[in-house]
Design a protein around this ligand. Structure first.
Ligand code: PGA
Ligand code: ZN
Length: 419
């Protein structure tokens, strides 16, 4: 099953970022049947310094030109049942480690579309194409209820994301429902402490009141206990500090709180939040070069998910560096950060070599595509971080519910076995 034709166009993410969508046509030589698959690249706002280049110099139009000139002539004719060959070709035609010539957006959209084509050619779901016949573990959904930082234009709390995750759900529908219910009910509690709040949501569909980080966590704790009690599910709390966005080279600047914290104070602050709110998930508590502080925190809390996003940028070499230092217990996997599914898969393998759990994640500017749900199941990820509200978020969550149906009694939901 060879790629017959390729196409690229400009489309938009849910936030309105211009991104690229790649379309592939594949023809079955025996039956003459034609398959068309397509995929788009998501876009980040609090990007890690070490991510691949999103577009080449010159922006989206340069990306389109690079696709036509460098990618299209080389991928036509490749066999999509070995989609990783397409990924390898992308690396070859670009020739730079950060995809500076074709851009990461072109690379990941092509990589996703090729994997979709491979699955379609074999007549199997994408998750099975990625993970094989025995892939049947569904991830626990992790989603943000209250948001601050860059995703809220600096108007909300200083910490970027306040998250919830069901820890022992009986099935995937109940898991998603728990998060949805916490999100809905949180509004009432927010209005009690911020009466000027008009129900604004940020890029990822999280509420953006003007409250402190501690107040946000207090609200989540109360609502999670209430919803968890009703559903008979334990709901854990988490944060994505996105600390690189707070770091000014010397200190972490909490603008809305009016506080600055040095590295040592930051460690104490985060440890206190973990203790006070029994946080099960902490992402990027330190800036993207501070492997050492990550290691110190992880040493104290090996039973929680201490996760690197900007720290690792889905880069196998950085994950290995962190693994050697025991810098984290979890690794964010954003395939677009590294440019191809092949490399993202290598990131997952490397994380596991060092006992770190993969957390497959969306971007703040995401698309209506459901690809990420299949990647999470295909990779056997313990957790999927994909928000709670908004069409580009529910696209992935609803697909997980469908996959739960598809797998039926063979579906496995991870429990909180890491604590
Ligand atoms: P993004 O960041 O805005 O770059 O997608 C999300 C995150 O920090 O997890
Ligand atoms: Zn993050």
């Amino acid at each position: 099953m060879q790629i017959e034709d390729v196409w690229i166009r400009k489309v938009f993410t849910g936030r309105g970022d211009v991104t690229v969508e790649v379309e592939l046509t594949v023809e079955d030589p025996s039956s003459g049947e034609v398959l068309v698959t397509r995929a788009a690249a998501p876009a980040g706002a609090s990007r890690g310094m070490h991510e691949v280049a999103y577009f080449p110099e010159g922006g989206v139009d340069a990306a389109l030109a690079a696709f036509e000139k460098l990618v299209a002539p080389e991928v036509v004719g490749l066999d999509v049942t070995e989609a990783y060959v397409v990924d390898g070709k992308l690396e070859e035609v670009d020739g730079t480690p950060r995809f500076e010539r074709i851009g990461g957006a072109v690379a990941i959209a092509t990589s996703f579309a090729a994997a979709e084509a491979g699955a379609a050619a074999l007549g199997i779901p994408l998750f099975a194409f990625i993970g094989g016949a025995y892939a049947r573990k569904l991830p626990l959904p992790l989603g943000n209820v209250i948001g601050g930082g860059k995703h809220s234009r600096g108007l909300g709390p200083d910490i970027q994301e306040f998250l919830v995750m069901p820890l022992n759900p009986p099935d995937i529908f109940t898991a998603v429902y728990a998060n949805v219910e916490v999100h809905k009910r949180a509004l009432k509690q927010i209005l009690k402490v911020d009466s000027s709040f008009t129900g604004g949501k940020n890029d990822e569909g999280a509420w953006t009141p003007r409250i402190s980080s501690r107040t946000a966590l207090k609200i989540l704790k109360e609502v999670a206990a209430e919803v968890g009690g009703e559903l008979g599910v334990e709901i854990g709390l988490g944060v994505d500090v996105a600390a690189s966005s707070l770091w000014n080279g010397e200190k972490y600047v909490y603008k809305n709180e009016g506080v600055e914290r040095g590295p040592r104070e930051q460690l104490e602050f985060v440890a206190k939040l973990i203790e006070e709110f029994d946080l099960v998930y902490v992402e990027d508590p330190f800036h993207e070069e501070d492997f050492q502080s990550f290691a110190e925190l992880t040493d104290k809390y090996r039973d929680r998910l201490i996760v690197g996003d900007d720290l690792f940028v889905t880069n196998p070499a950085r994950i290995r560096e962190g693994g050697k230092l025991k810098a984290a217990t979890g690794v964010i996997v954003k395939p677009d950060q590294i440019g191809t599914l092949l490399r993202a898969y290598q990131a997952v393998i490397t994380a596991r070599e060092y006992g770190m759990r993969p957390v497959v994640s969306h971007r703040s500017g995401d698309t209506e595509y459901k690809t990420l749900a299949h990647i999470a199941v295909g990779f056997g990820a313990d957790v999927i971080k994909t928000g709670i509200m908004g069409g580009e978020r529910t696209a992935k969550l609803n697909e997980l519910i469908r996959l739960g149906d598809y797998l039926g009694k063979w579906a496995v939901l991870p429990q909180r076995h890491w604590r």
